[in-house]
Design a protein around this ligand. Structure first.
Ligand SMILES: Cc1cc2nc3c(=O)[nH]c(=O)nc-3n(C[C@H](O)[C@H](O)[C@H](O)COP(=O)(O)O)c2cc1C
Length: 198
C-alpha cells in the first residue's frame, strides 16, 4: 500500500515535520510503502483559473506539479502536515491543493453522478500545528483538507491537531503527542478514522 506524506512547512525539522515523521514510522511499522514530498521545495504556481482542465481533467500549466499528480493519484493514503499560518495552511501547500482543481474536474468527468458521494480512491489525514490555543484554530484548514481529498476521490478521515507549539523543537518534547502521531500513521494504514486535538 502506497502512502504519501506531504511536508507543508518551510521550516525543515520543525514541528509538523517531526509529527509527520512519526506518523510515517507508524505507517511503515505496518508495512506501508512510504513516499514523501515537501511542497516548499517544489516550484508550483497557483491555479490560473483558466478553465484549461474543465473538459480534460488535466492541468495545462507545466511545472513541478507534473510529477505530483501521479503521486497523489497512486497513493492510497495521503497525510498532509502543515503549520498554521494565519489560521490556514502554508501557501506552498495551498498552491499544490489549488492545482488539484484539475483532479476535481477529472473526478466529475469520470465518476457517474450517483457515485459522486462515494470515495473509491483511498483516504486522507491532516496533521496541523499552531503556536496558540484557540478552539477554532484548525477549522478552516480541516475544510481545506476535506475538499482536497474530495478532489482526489479520497475520504477525509481526520487528523492530529496540536496547539501551543511555537519553537522549532516544541513538539519533540511532548512525548504524548509523538505517540499520537505514530498512532495516526498506523490508523491510516488500517483504514480507521482518527481525531486527536491537543
Ligand atoms: C507566517 C506565520 C504565521 C503564523 N500564524 C499562526 C496562526 O495563525 N496561529 C497559530 O497558532 N500559529 C501561527 N504561527 C506559528 C506556527 O504555526 C508555529 O510556530 C508552528 O509550530 C510552526 O510549525 P513548523 O515548525 O512545522 O513550521 C505562524 C507562524 C508564521 C511563521
Amino acid at each position: 500500500m502506497k502512502l504519501l506524506g506531504i511536508y507543508g512547512s518551510p521550516r525543515k525539522g520543525g514541528n509538523s515535520d517531526f509529527l509527520l515523521n512519526e506518523a510515517l514510522k507508524g505507517a511503515e511499522s505496518l508495512g506501508a510503502e512510504i513516499h514523501a514530498i515537501r511542497s516548499f521545495d517544489l516550484t508550483i504556481s497557483g491555479c490560473r483559473e483558466c478553465g484549461g482542465c474543465d473538459k480534460t481533467g488535466k492541468c495545462v500549466v507545466r511545472d513541478d506539479m507534473d510529477s505530483v499528480y501521479s503521486k497523489l493519484i497512486e497513493s492510497e493514503v495521503i497525510i498532509l502536515a502543515t503549520p498554521m499560518f494565519f489560521y490556514g495552511i502554508t501557501s506552498s501547500a495551498k498552491a499544490l491543493i489549488d492545482r488539484c482543481q484539475a483532479l476535481w474536474n477529472k473526478r466529475i468527468l469520470e465518476k457517474p453522478p450517483e457515485r459522486k458521494r462515494q470515495y473509491d480512491s483511498g483516504r486522507g489525514y491532516l496533521i496541523a500545528v499552531g503556536a496558540t490555543k484557540g478552539t477554532n484554530l484548525f477549522e478552516g484548514s480541516e475544510m481545506v483538507a476535506k475538499y482536497f481529498f474530495d478532489a482526489l476521490d479520497k475520504s477525509y478521515e481526520g487528523g492530529l491537531f496540536v496547539r501551543s507549539a511555537e519553537s522549532k523543537t516544541a513538539v519533540s518534547e511532548r512525548s504524548e503527542v509523538l505517540k499520537e502521531a505514530f498512532e495516526l500513521g498506523r490508523k491510516a494504514v488500517i483504514g480507521e478514522r482518527f481525531h486527536v486535538s491537543k
